[in-house]
Each structure stands twice: as C-alpha cells, then as structure tokens.
Design a binder for this molecule. Structure first.
Ligand SMILES: Cc1cc2nc3c(=O)[nH]c(=O)nc-3n(C[C@H](O)[C@H](O)[C@H](O)COP(=O)(O)O)c2cc1C
Length: 187
C-alpha cells in the first residue's frame, strides 16, 4: 500500500508521528508532507523539536515540504492508495473543501478526491465553528473520512501515548490495516 501522510500545523503532531511509524511498521510505502506551520508546532510539542521529529519521519518515508508541488503526491498517476492528513488544521481543511490546491497537502487531497481514493482528515480544533462544520460536512458528503482527534476513555488509557495510539489505530482501521495499537471494546 502506498500512502501520502501529511502533517499540518494543528496541535497533535504526535498523532501524525505515531501514524508514520505504524504505517512503516505495517509495510506501507510512505510519502510524507510537512507544512511550514507543522514544523513550528513540532517545535512546541515534540521532544527535541522539529529537527528530531523530521529525523524520525525520514526513517519512515520520503519527506517533502508543502511547497514541493512537483513531488509525487501532487499527481494522480503517482499511485497513492490513500491520503491521510494528520493532524489537519482548519486552514488546510478549508483549502481542501474549496479545491484550493495552494500547496502539496491541499493538492494531494484534491487528487485523492478526484481519483476516488481514500482521504482521511484527522481534524483538530475546539470549539468548532459553523465554517469548520460546513467544510467538514461538504467533504463528508463526498466520501472523505472526517476523523476528529478525539481520543476515547473507554479503553482505560494510562498515559498520553495510549491516547495517541488510539487515534493512530482508528486511522489504520479506515485503511484496513491490522494493528494492535488499542484494545478493542469488549463489554
Ligand atoms: C502551537 C500551535 C497550535 C495550533 N493548533 C491548531 C489547531 O489545533 N487547529 C488549527 O486549526 N490550527 C492550529 N494552529 C494554527 C495553525 O498552525 C495555522 O492556522 C496555520 O496557518 C496552519 O497552516 P497549515 O494548515 O498550512 O499547516 C496552531 C498553531 C500553533 C502555533
């Protein structure tokens, strides 16, 4: 499976990092796109900042900046089976909902929609405005998977990593990739 994974400047970079490693571990071929804002958020959220985070991502796949509009994820013929934006900012959500392919992330998502491929957006914001909701509804009606970064509590998480694994696992579920990142509900 070939997957384009984009990290944007929403809080929750850890979800994207975990997902990259889980996808790599599952044998997926990864093209990773990191926006300029994601690099900034990495500096706040990731131990060791963006430098260390990028080094981790480079072990999982080829990493591109959001301005590299000639990179493989920009083309429908490059053969990505799925595009995942995790975390997905409201700005990137808006660009995707409008078909405004101003950077490599919005273009890769646009390509996924036009080619009928799986597109998963792990959106993160709170509270969510009517503009955000309208953008999500528009995309959901096109078959885009809107997956808010809302970790559950029913699996008795002990640490932040358990919550991160839960979200990464839910994305893998949508890509039909087997995993044991979280314990499934058994009443
Ligand atoms: C520490 C930090 C956290 C942020 N968290 C969010 C967030 O959770 N959701 C969001 O939509 N934007 C968030 N932003 C704002 C985005 O980074 C900003 O809108 C940016 O332009 C998004 O660009 P991108 O979509 O190209 O990555 C955050 C910014 C910073 C600095």
């Amino acid at each position: 499976m070939r997957v384009t994974l984009a990290l944007t400047g929403a809080s929750g970079i850890a979800y994207g990092m975990r997902l990259a490693e889980a996808l790599k571990g599952a044998g997926a071929k990864l093209d990773i796109v990191v926006t300029a804002a994601a690099l900034k958020v990495m500096d706040y959220e990731e131990p060791g900042g963006s430098k260390k985070a990028l080094a981790r991502l480079e072990k999982c796949g080829r990493v591109y900046g959001d301005c590299e509009i000639g990179a493989p994820p920009a083309s429908g013929s490059s053969g990505a089976d799925a595009v995942v934006v995790c975390p997905c900012s409201m700005k990137t959500l808006s660009a995707i909902a409008c078909g405004f392919s101003f950077n490599l992330v919005a273009r890769a998502a646009d390509v996924a929609i036009k080619e009928g491929k799986t597109l998963v957006l792990v959106v993160r914001e709170t509270p969510i405005s009517a503009i955000h909701l309208e953008n999500m509804l528009k995309l959901a009606r096109l078959g885009v998977v809107i997956m808010p970064a809302s970790p559950a509590l029913y699996h008795s998480p002990k640490k932040v990593e358990d919550q991160v694994d839960f979200i990464a696992g839910k994305v893998l579920d949508r890509l039909k990739i087997k995993h044991s990142l979280y314990r499934r509900w058994k009443p």
